[in-house]
Design a binder for this molecule. Structure first.
Ligand code: OAD
Length: 244
């Protein structure tokens, strides 16, 4: 593990990426911070100002779906005019030149897709999709604001955000695609995640154990820093364009 931003480290990682045939990325809220999206645990983070158990659990939705939808509506409103930043765009450029590229994200903001990335695994869902609590159907929905309460046009069931809430399992197919990408990649970059929410928190370790060279980009050291090959301290929107 090496902690710095010196030019030799940047150059070394850039050279590795320029010949890499297989790259997997894991992103967290920090990659969207410079677009103006609040993180969860930083200063002004969402979980510092709101109680997760009142808003982001199946029990909360059962108890008060209006409150939960109002909160997601507020987040949709904040996100609706937000654009991807140089970090999102750099990853989209990298995808175009690497044969085997997978972007695993914990973010639900949809900014990777908007920034041009295509092979995206959304571990925690997407705020711009809704899922029917009756028939399970999933649909894109970009309404701002969305109706409170929204109902399924197919079966009349109540719609919920297509988001993985606290206490819920990640879908099996999503997890197995993520683990396949982690196990075959030669290089992994972990960007802007505090590394404390499972299973994403142990994904750097999975890739490292399978033989990947693992790089972390973050404003500060995290629990991942101890197991990765390089930690580069800095803003994602500044560092990723230098690496790619
Ligand atoms: P956190 O808010 O826990 O962590 C954000 C990380 O990004 C921190 O390590 C910051 O140091 C770093 N960071 C902030 N700004 C940055 C920048 N400009 N460049 C690089 N790094 C920066 O967010 P996550 O790790 O994404 O889950 O949180 C994981 C999950 O916890 C979220 O997906 C969410 C939350 O509960 C669900 O809602 C299911």
């Amino acid at each position: 593990m090496q902690l710095n931003r010196d030019n030799n480290v940047i150059e070394d990682v850039r050279n590795r990426l320029s010949v890499a045939s297989s790259v997997t990325i894991l992103t967290g809220a920090g990659i969207s911070a410079e677009s103006g999206v609040p993180t969860f645990r930083g200063e002004d983070g969402l979980w510092r100002n709101y109680r997760a158990e009142e808003l982001a659990t199946p029990q909360a939705f059962k108890r008060d779906p209006v409150l939960v939808w109002e909160w997601y509506n507020m987040r949709r409103e904040r996100l609706s005019d937000i654009e991807p930043n140089q970090a999102h765009y750099a990853l989209a450029r990298l995808e175009k030149r690497v044969g085997d590229f997978t972007l695993i994200t914990q973010n639900v903001d949809g900014l990777h897709e908007k920034g041009g990335s295509r092979n995206i695994i959304e571990l925690h869902g997407n705020i711009w999709r809704v899922r029917c609590t009756g028939c399970g159907g999933i649909k894109d929905n970009h309404d701002v604001p969305i109706d409170i309460l929204p109902y399924c046009v197919d079966c009349g069931g109540l719609l919920r955000p297509h988001i993985v809430w606290f206490g819920e399992m990640l879908p099996d197919d999503v997890l197995s695609s993520a683990y396949s990408a982690l196990e075959i990649c030669k290089i992994m970059i972990v960007v802007g995640t505090s590394g404390i929410v499972q299973p994403a928190a142990s994904m750097a370790y999975t890739a490292k154990r399978a033989g990947a060279y693992v790089i972390e980009v973050n404003l500060e050291m995290t629990p991942n820093s101890g197991i990765v090959d390089r930690t580069i301290i800095g803003k994602a929107a500044e560092i990723l364009p230098l690496l790619i």
